[in-house]
Design a protein around this ligand. Structure first.
Ligand code: NAG
Ligand code: NAG
Length: 279
């Protein structure tokens, strides 16, 4: 119980946007320098649970295998992170692992974009998801069990309304490189029209600008809406873009529902997200 209380306290401390900023910067150094540099608060937690899976495995808990199953889209339709994996997912997200995995995805995406023979006709676009792709809701999820507690539409909307979500720096790096290359970014999100203003504000605050379009779902307030068919919605919106003469040269998101469904885009990139599943 004392351990749980301490973990909870630490999670609250790390939940503040400023703490996330700290965590988000420190692992950047790790990308070049190996495992050594970790935010002190994470370091203090590491001996308790570990993010590499070894300690979890010793306890008979294979949370790393679960996460791989999620990322490979073998484990689907899940509503919460398994309770035993809350600590594992927390360490994965707040330590350097999540950032390293994201960097691998974005490095590939940038290499691909740079290899393209672009027509430069202003019709070449790249589709970006927003949550856990362009912006990170980790400050929210750190306070809600890293996905181990059931999704609460009301409290999540309250968080979104703050417009305080930090950028995922890797995605922002891709975004800016694409602008330099002349590929136009299009945001396609499960966020709803009533969240347009705050989403624009949040994106601008986090250094995103110059997008061609921001496509949101019609405003629906029904709880559990996250479980609706995101594949149908998103592929339908991409089809409209292609019908309007645009070429989707790339598409990036954290959910398989961001990148499944014709037309997917010439290439798709899947960012990690072990915190929630949207089908
Ligand atoms: C969901 O969040 C709202 C707002 O924070 C809260 O009032 C409500 O009790 C939460 N619902 C559940 C089931 O936890
Ligand atoms: C969003 O911003 C526009 C322009 O700033 C404003 O006209 C509109 O009323 C705002 N909508 C909402 C829902 O706040």
């Amino acid at each position: 119980m004392a351990t749980a209380a301490r973990l909870l306290l630490l999670l609250f401390l790390t939940a503040a946007a400023s703490a996330w900023e700290m965590n988000i910067r420190l692992p950047t150094e790790m990308l070049n320098g190996g495992e050594a540099v970790v935010a002190p608060i994470i370091h203090a937690l590491r001996p308790l649970l570990g993010s590499g899976g070894q300690l979890a495995a010793r306890a008979g808990v294979a949370c790393d295998s679960w996460r791989l199953g999620v990322e490979a889209h073998n484990v689907i339709g899940w509503k919460t992170v398994p309770a035993r994996c809350e600590g594992y997912v927390g360490h994965y997200m707040l330590g350097g692992h999540y950032r390293r995995d994201s960097a691998v995805v974005v490095d590939e995406a940038i290499a691909y974009a740079e290899s393209l023979q672009l027509a430069g006709n202003g019709k070449e676009i790249w589709v970006f998801d927003i949550d856990e792709t362009s912006l990170s809701n980790l400050p929210y999820y750190a306070k809600h069990g890293f996905g181990a507690t059931l999704y609460n539409d009301t409290s999540f909307r309250e968080y979104v309304a703050e417009g305080s979500a930090p950028a995922l720096p890797e995605t922002r790096r891709l975004y800016r490189r694409l602008l330099q290359l002349g590929v136009k970014p299009v945001f396609l999100t499960g966020r709803t029209e009533d969240q347009r203003n705050i989403t624009v504000t949040n994106l601008r605050r986090q250094g995103y600008s110059g997008w061609m379009e921001l496509l949101l779902k019609p405003a629906v307030h029904a709880a559990g809406e996250l479980q609706g068919s995101a594949v149908a919605y998103k592929s339908g919106e991409r089809q409209k873009l292609e019908d309007a003469g645009f070429t989707i040269v790339g598409n990036i998101g954290d959910q398989w529902s961001d990148i499944l469904g014709t037309p997917e885009g010439a290439r798709t990139f899947k960012l990690p997200d072990p915190m929630y599943y949207i089908g």
